[in-house]
Every structure is written in C-alpha cells, then in structure tokens.
Write a protein that binds this ligand. Structure first.
Ligand code: NI
Length: 385
C-alpha cells in the first residue's frame, strides 16, 4: 500500500475524531454537533465553509494552486436508531442512537483528506467537500441538491465511499455502471369491519385480506418481472389487532421494493396497486396504497469507475482492487448526486465485525488512512483537466 505519509502521520488524530463522532451519534437532519465538529475542523485548516445546506449539511471549498476542474468528495454524517450493544470505551452516549453504518468513519476519512489537501494545496482547480446529512432513507442528498448544492458549487465529477465489513481487509471495490438498487417503500392500509372474534360473519376481516395480499405480492417478482432482470418485493411489517377475541377493523402492511431500472420501478408499482385492488374486491375490504421513492438507482460512470480503479491500484496495490460486475440490492442516496454529476462510488473492506446496521457493528479505524488517501488522490488527479 502506498498511503500518503502525511496522512499516516496524523492517523491517531483521525482515530480520535472518529471515536468522538462515534460517541455522539445523531439521527438524520439532526447532525447539529457533528456538523459543528466538521465546520470547526475545516475552518481550523483554512477551508471556506458553508453551513445549513440541506438543513444540517456542510460544504467546504478549497482552491488549488493552479486552474483545473472542480471535484466533489462526499461523506455522510448520520447515525441510526439502534441501541448500541458493544462494550467499546467510546460507545454511543446517546441512548437509542448508534453509528452502526460507518458514517462516522466516512466523515473522518473526508476530514483527513481535507486536512492534507489544505496543508499541501498541490492540486489544480477546486475541491468541494460535501458532508451530507440524513443518508439513512431520509433523503439528505436530495435535500442538499434541492438547496442548490450543485448550482452554488458546480462540480465536474463527484465521488463517495462506504466501508464494507466482511470484505477482505483494505479491498477497494467499484462496480462500473449500475451498482446499487433503487428502492421504494410502501404502506398498504386494509380497512374492513371489525366484529366479535366468535362472530366472523359480521366482519369484513382485514387480517385474512392482508395475509392473502402478502401471499399475492410474492407473484410480482416471480411472475411479472423478466427473469433476467433482478428485483425484490419484501413485506417487512404487518400491524393489526389487539385482542384474542376481536376481529380488528384495520390492518397495515409495509415493505420495500428494490429495482435496477425505472421501468421496473413503474411496473412493480402498478402491480402492487392492481393486486391490492383485486384482493380488496375478493375479500370485501378497502385497500389504500402509498408507495414512495426513497432511493434512486445508483449508477457509476463507466469510464470514471475504471479511472478510479487505476488510481486505487496505485494506492492500495493491484491485488486489493476489485472491479465488480454484480450490483447489490442495497441502496444508497449518493445515487441522487450521481444523477446530477458523473462520478463513482466505491467501498473499502474490513474484517472481523458484525455487519452494517447491527447493534454490535464496529468500524475498523485502521482503514481511515486508506480512505483519506484515496479521496485525496482523487482530488489531486481528477482536478487536472
Ligand atoms: Ni451507510
């Protein structure tokens, strides 16, 4: 590995920053302390800072010492509503909130790159450091874009990263083209008529209808989607009832769909609505369907992905870089930024921990200098037109 020595020299400080962020996690759009920490550090390194873009988002702008392109580097800052179950000395001090997705690490990596670039300024053009709020399904990327992110700070290219527990240590992975699924969330309210549990003939039972609906929805992927396309429809919640002897009046089922094309998204939405209407007619209930787009399909620019892979090989070594062919059914709201500006999203592997979004997840601080080095090298190499 060819890490930037200057960054290795302050690796301990990066670890301290990461652990401080870890101990003070904040939910999406509530990253007040976190964005304050980011702002103070950027300003201490002489970087121009703009706050409150997309509510709690922060943007830092740094000019190089000669003209060139403008490169955006993005990190996410929010934590999850999870009660941490580790016994780390720096575990969450905010009950019910935890950095279980490594966003404390991503933020720190970008800070590490920003410090190095501010100290050296040996690059062309301009670097825009994008510290994004609310990545976990709340639309923080969209909020920043709606707040004029790329009008106020136009970028030629934009890059982001995520840690990847369970992948080989230090493995850098990029998938050119479509890399991550788009996602919808849905709620279907089934309204019938409640009655005594002993007198079903007086009910229009929403539980029987809702369970039939869950079964019927399984046919969307198996019967309606081209077998050579991938999609997911998962019902993840059923809520109804409160007593052994009462047939309730209402049931609500909720879940998520994952798709890789906008046409599949539309097709699945239509089928969910049609099936819900059919089940309503069959069981004499009413169904009300609400489907919302939460994540766009994440599509990396093909050429920029390959350029990034080459850059990553020069940093992490040939054997540590994988150009993947298979997208994942996970989603990531950096997709919205990649829709506005071409670029690439990559992952860095680390071993030996519970998976993301698990209460036992621990981020491996030893990958911080690699993440900072990759981001810094992107800035140095891609700003040269
Ligand atoms: Ni994440």
């Amino acid at each position: 590995m060819k890490l930037i020595e200057r960054i290795e020299d302050y690796a301990d400080e990066l670890t301290a920053i990461r652990r401080d962020l870890h101990a003070h996690p904040e939910l999406g759009f509530e990253e007040v302390r976190t964005s304050g920490v980011v702002t103070n550090l950027l300003e201490s390194w002489g970087i121009e800072v703009h706050r409150n873009i997309g509510k709690t988002g922060v943007v830092g702008v740094l000019e190089g010492n000669r003209p060139g392109k403008t490169i955006g580097l993005r990190a996410d800052m929010d934590a999850l509503p999870i009660e941490e179950q580790t016994n780390l000395s720096y575990r969450s001090t905010n009950p019910g909130i935890m950095h279980a997705c490594g966003h404390d690490g991503h933020t720190t990596m970008l800070l590490g790159a920003a410090r190095y670039l501010a100290e050296t300024r040996d690059f062309s053009g301009k670097v825009v450091f994008i510290f994004q709020p609310a990545e976990e399904g709340l639309g923080g990327a969209r909020a920043m874009i709606a707040d004029g992110l790329f009008e106020r700070f136009p970028c030629d290219e934009v890059y982001g990263l995520h840690n990847r527990p369970g992948a080989p240590q230090n493995q850098v992975r990029v998938v050119p083209g479509v890399a991550m699924a788009g996602a919808d969330f849905f709620d279907i309210r089934v309204t019938g008529q409640g009655s005594h549990g002993a007198r079903p003939q007086e009910s229009r039972d929403p539980i029987v209808a809702a369970t039939a609906l869950v079964q019927a929805l399984q046919s969307v992927v198996s019967r309606n989607i081209d077998p050579l396309d991938a999609a997911v429809v998962s019902v993840t919640q059923i809520h109804s009832g409160s007593a052994y002897n009462v047939i309730p009046g209402e049931a609500v089922i909720s879940g998520t769909a994952r798709i890789f094309t906008d046409s599949a998204r539309q097709h699945i939405r239509e089928r969910i609505r049609e099936i819900a209407a059919g089940v309503a007619a069959t069981y004499g209930v009413e169904t009300e369907v609400d489907i919302r787009e939460i994540f766009g399909v994440l599509e990396n620019d093909e050429a920029l992905s390959h350029d990034f892979a080459n850059l990553a090989r020069s940093v992490a070594g040939e054997s540590n870089v994988v150009v993947g062919a298979r997208p994942t059914t996970g989603s990531e709201d950096f997709a919205d930024m990649l829709r506005a500006v071409p670029g690439a999203y990559f992952t860095i592997g680390h071993e030996g921990t519970a998976m993301l979004h698990n209460a036992g997840f621990t981020f491996d601080d030893s990958i911080l200098p690699l993440g900072s080095t990759l981001l810094a090298r992107i800035a140095e190499m891609r700003t040269t037109a």
